[in-house]
Design a protein. Structure first.
Length: 229
């Protein structure tokens, strides 16, 4: 049986994060890694409760370094432990249904040479700025790189563990890391598969994505890659 580990990176999680963890523990992951990206002290009760779950391993940044830096911290720990076949990254804000997280995990286990993206469908109920930004990014990605991906910004991704050491050397540390990650995988000639998942937007969730600044960073990564090719 293949061993799949779930990686969640969080900053300033609400108590609802613990509900998500309990739902994810119900699935047969080898274990769950949580990286705290420098959350404020007020979040300590959440982490104190979190570590009571024997299925969870917690690693922490002393300051906020960015989602990309947190993912790389998790990857490095897992590379060092060398006890997993697949590593599944998922957003920690409830944007991905636990059932979809497990579907991506199963798809990754069935395709040990490919990266699997949980790709959202941006219908009318998705907030307009999010819909425009994500669709535009996917279109630009296709025009510049010649690869059509429906959702280049999804945080739900399944990786064969053998690839992740290469993904630790990517210099970007914020949301642009996930775009740079796709570019690196293309450079490595890794097949990328997409699996359609539910699109969940909760008005109560805290988003740390800054549309103006983060889309600028993402587009800079894309155009730098195009100019350098």
């Amino acid at each position: 049986m293949r061993r799949s580990v779930l990686l969640l990176c969080t900053y300033a999680p609400r108590p609802q994060f613990l509900t998500l963890i309990r739902e994810l523990i119900a699935y047969p992951f080898a274990y769950i890694v949580v990286v705290d990206d420098g959350s404020p002290k007020k979040c300590e009760p959440v982490f104190e409760e979190l570590v009571r779950h024997k299925e969870v391993r917690l690693f922490r940044h002393s300051s906020n370094l960015g989602i990309g830096a947190a993912i790389k911290t998790g990857f490095r720990r897992l590379v060092a432990d060398n006890d997993s076949d697949s590593i599944i990254c998922s957003d920690a804000d409830g944007q991905h249904a636990p059932g979809d997280v497990w579907r991506v995990t199963q798809a990754c286990e069935r395709n040990p040479e490919a990266v699997v993206l949980g790709s959202r469908v941006f219908s009318q109920h998705v907030p307009l700025p999010n819909r425009i930004g994500n669709l535009a990014t996917a279109r630009i990605f296709e025009k510049l790189k010649g690869v059509k991906l429906r959702d280049t910004q999804t945080g739900l991704r399944g990786f064969p563990a053998k690839y992740v050491s290469e993904l630790c050397v990517i210099p970007q540390n914020r949301y642009d890391y996930e775009t740079a990650q796709l570019l690196k995988l293309l450079q490595m000639n890794v097949p990328i598969h997409e699996l359609e998942i539910a699109t969940i937007y909760n008005d109560d969730r805290d988003s740390h994505f800054n549309p103006l600044l983060d889309f600028y960073r993402i587009y800079r990564v894309l155009f730098d890659s195009w100019w350098g090719s």
